[in-house]
Every structure is written in C-alpha cells, then in structure tokens.
Design a binder for this molecule. Structure first.
Ligand code: 13P
Ligand code: SF4
Length: 304
C-alpha cells in the first residue's frame, strides 16, 4: 500500500471518518473508499452511517445529499468545484418560475440536482429506482421531470407517462455517438452492450441493457457473456473488472479520457488526504434549505 493510502487509512480510524465514493472515480480513490456505489446506494449508505465525518468522493450534489441526510455530521468534499452539468442545467429560480406557470403539476427530480432544486421537488428519483417509483405514482398525475431530458424520455417510454421534460443533459453521456457504438460493435461482434439511461434515445435503442451504474454491474455479473461494450463513464470498469476478472470490457471510446466526467476525476488521493487532515473543505448547508430538501429525498428512500 502506498504511503498516502496508509496515511488516509490512519486518519480515517483516528477521526472516525468514512469515505463514500462513486463508481466513476479513479481506481485508487475507489480503493481507499469504505463504500463505492451508485447514487441510490450512496444515499442509503450516507443515511445509515455512524461515522463522525463523511468524506464524499463524487460530485457536489452527492455530498449535499449526504449532508441533507446527516445534519450533525461533518461532510468533506475534496474539491468543491466538482459539479455536474445536469445539476447546473436546472437553476432553482428557473424551476420556481416554471412551477408557478404549471399549477397542479408535481415536480419529480432526478437526484442529479442542487439542494435548492430538491427543496422545490415533490419526489427525488435516481436512475436505480426511477421506473419503480414512477410506476407507483397515480397514472393521471401531472408531472414535471427535471433536469435530465434523456432519462425523462426513457422513463416516459418505459412507463407510458407523459411527463413534461426539462431540457438538461449530462455533458458526458449526451455526447456519446451512435456511429462510435456501431464501430465498436463491428470490432466486437459478440459483445453485449450496456448503457446508462442518461444517453440519448437513439443510443439507448441500440443497446442490450439499460440501467444505473449498480444495475449494469449486477447485470454483467449475472450474464454468461464474456465480452461487453460499456456505454458509460470509464471509471466503472475498475469495479466491473474487479468483480469479473475473466470477462472483457470495452468503453465506447477506449483510452480517451476526454470522454470521462472531469468532475468525478477531480477526486484524488492527495486532496482526499488533505481534506481529512484539515477537516476541510466542509459542506455547510442552511438548515431551512436542508429540511425542505430532506422531504422528497426521505420520500424516495421510504418508497424504494
Ligand atoms: P448512477 O446513480 O447510475 O450511479 O448515476 C450517477 C451519475 O451521475 C451518472 O452520470
Ligand atoms: Fe453529472 Fe454526467 Fe458527471 Fe454524472 S457523468 S456526475 S451526470 S456530469
């Protein structure tokens, strides 16, 4: 184990700290994490931990969710600039205006949004529970879905709903090209293709399985095929390969870090170590905002 990893382990014990990391982070970050998961798994873990400090290696909205669920705990974010294009695409002021123009509509928000947007929402979903939760809503419920237009379109098609969709997109998944998938399929004709629902509809129509990061991992472990094309951020390959050492994985753009999520990659051993030493940067949240944002998150956790 590298010295930095050892020092992180020592600090975690000394300070009763836990590291939660998303599957898209760097392999060495996933190695020092106590729990690695998708957004739903990370929210659940954040809700149940008894650590005094939660260091969140992911992006800002995920750390906010941890703080919303754990007001008395210190939530550390190694790099406060680690944002998310989806969360950025839906500003709370714009959503408030939109809501006012659509009386009678419920706001269903993908977890990739700010605490201020959550506070305006009736229910939060993740890519891991969206279909299940939307199917539980009344058929004639009028819904505005924010911020991911691609995920919303996928939910509409799968559930037969006609939710109004916000025009937001993930700057990583929305840029994946169908032509590149066709090229990869021609090069690997026996490969099974899995994709994240943040991809565009024309991409999702060409794949064998659609699901959250955790759902893709489970699908691959349970599938007998030996080769997979993975249409999501490349960081997930670390866990896929770890769980399935005898299977072969290709990302859509092999060896091209420009197609990765730059924000997830802002977490590294150096800034994790430093954050644990300094107990900073700490995520601070206004208590009134936190209480409002908690309501739709808690609803999601209770229903899923
Ligand atoms: P998951 O909840 O599937 O891990 O997705 C989070 C995310 O940001 C995907 O881009
Ligand atoms: Fe946000 Fe996309 Fe990065 Fe996920 S991959 S955190 S949706 S920018």
């Amino acid at each position: 184990m590298s010295t930095l990893k050892q020092q992180i382990e020592t600090l975690k014990k000394e300070k009763n700290a836990i590291i939660l990391a998303h599957y898209y982070t760097l392999p060495e970050v996933q190695e020092v994490a106590d729990f690695v998961g998708d957004s739903l798994g990370l929210a659940r873990k954040a809700a149940e931990t008894d650590a005094d400090i939660i260091l969140f290696a992911g992006v800002h909205f995920m750390a906010e969710t941890a703080k919303i669920l754990n007001p008395t705990k210190k939530v550390l974010v190694p790099d406060m600039s680690a944002g998310c294009s989806l969360a950025d695409s839906c500003k709370a002021e714009k959503l408030a205006e939109y809501k006012a123009k659509h009386p009678g509509y419920k706001v269903l928000s993908y977890v990739n949004c700010s605490a201020a947007v959550k506070a305006l929402s009736d229910l939060i979903v993740t890519s891991g529970n969206a279909l299940k939760l939307v199917n539980q809503l009344l058929q004639d419920e009028k819904i505005i879905f924010v911020p991911d237009g691609n995920l919303g379109d996928y939910i509409n098609r799968m559930t037969g709903r006609e939710m109004i969709l916000w025009d937001g997109a993930c700057c990583v998944h929305d840029h994946y090209e169908v032509e590149q998938l066709e090229k990869m399929k021609a090069e690997h004709p026996n490969a099974i293709v899995v994709a994240h629902p943040e991809c565009r509809r024309e991409m999702l129509e060409k794949v064998d399985f659609i699901g959250s990061t955790a759902a893709m991992l489970n699908f691959i472990s349970e599938n007998d095929a030996r080769e997979f094309i993975v249409v999501t951020e490349s960081g997930i390959l670390y866990e896929m390969q770890r769980r399935n050492p005898d299977k072969v994985f290709h990302t859509l753009y092999e060896g091209a870090p420009e197609h990765d999520c730059i924000n997830m990659k802002k977490n590294n051993l150096e800034n994790i170590y430093q954050a644990l030493c300094d107990e900073a940067p700490e995520l601070i949240m206004d208590e009134e905002l936190r209480q409002k944002a908690l309501v739709p998150i808690q609803r999601m956790l209770d229903l899923s």
